[in-house]
Design a binder for this molecule. Structure first.
Ligand code: HPA
Length: 279
């Protein structure tokens, strides 16, 4: 990003361009769709689709299974913006770029963010295909998106993260799961930089420090959403057991295949949650 331009100007400019295309729609929620989970966007009614290329300063996603567009519209009575395709630190983006879309959602007046991801199961009670509500996270990326000059318009210098994942929204998500016959489970998400998967020793370490899930996204976006005073709900899809849990190697194909299998349930759950969330 151009160091001469204030990030706030870029954020507001991107939001302005989006706003022009939204017409009378004023979205309540933002939804970030993780690897292989983009199918949710198909369900959005009265869709307004904006490719990332058409939004000034929006990075472009490069990973297989991510498509790179914003889909705004409605789910029942609720209005929302879904981001199909996110930006990962491992792709080479800096933390400002990774979290830029969250800043833009905030600038659009959105007060609640739902983040979804594919994750490895560290907790051996999990199985591939499980959907887990994120209770909290452990930032092991080695970076914090708030490092550098703080803009008080965006949030405080030292934001509190003691309820980074909204407790009321976690309860609502649990109730939605139970309604759909899914056993509600909550877990701690460890965010690492990737892109290599972890070693079995690293997974044992993560288990020891209290992690149930491991992934390469979400943490920066959640930090920035909290900085901006947004409420956050996190949902992980366990796409594989983490390294060393089973006697098999990990690959990205397995991750995508599991998300394809679970997609219908995931979409039904996300839809129900969005209808039930208080705002
Ligand atoms: N490790 C890290 N990230 C992941 C995994 C994993 O096992 N599965 C899906 N994303």
């Amino acid at each position: 990003m151009d160091a001469q331009v204030q990030p706030i100007d870029q954020i507001n400019q991107a939001a302005l361009e989006i706003k022009k295309k939204l017409g009378s729609l004023s979205p309540q929620f933002g939804v970030i769709l993780g690897s292989g989970l983009g199918g949710f966007a198909e369900l959005i009614e009265d869709k307004i689709i904006i490719p990332y290329e058409e939004i000034p300063d929006f990075p472009i996603s490069t990973v297989e299974g991510h498509c790179g567009r914003l889909v705004a519209g409605r789910i029942g009575e609720r209005s929302l913006i879904a981001l199909q395709g996110r930006f990962h630190y491992y792709e080479g983006y800096d933390m400002q770029e990774v979290t830029f879309p969250v800043r833009v959602l905030k600038s659009l007046g959105i007060k609640g963010l739902i983040v979804t991801n594919a994750a490895g199961g560290v907790n051996t009670a999990y199985a591939p295909g499980d959907l887990i509500i994120i209770e909290d996270h452990i930032n092991l990326i080695g970076r914090n998106p708030l490092r550098g000059k703080n803009y008080p318009e965006l949030g405080p210098r030292f934001p509190d993260l003691s309820e980074a994942y909204d407790p009321v929204w976690r309860k609502t998500a649990s109730e939605a799961m139970a309604e759909l016959g899914i056993t509600p489970q909550q877990g701690i998400y460890a965010g690492l930089s990737g892109p290599s998967y972890e070693t079995p020793a690293e997974i044992r370490y993560l288990r020891t420090i209290g992690a149930d899930l491991v992934g390469m996204s979400t943490v920066p976006e959640v930090i920035v959403a909290n900085h901006g005073g947004m409420r956050v709900l996190g949902l992980s899809c366990v796409t594989n057991m983490a390294a060393g849990v089973l006697k098999q190697k990990l690959n990205h194909r397995e991750v995508i295949e599991t998300t394809e299998k679970i997609e219908k349930t995931f979409v039904a759950l996300l839809t129900l949650i969005i209808k039930k969330l208080d705002d």
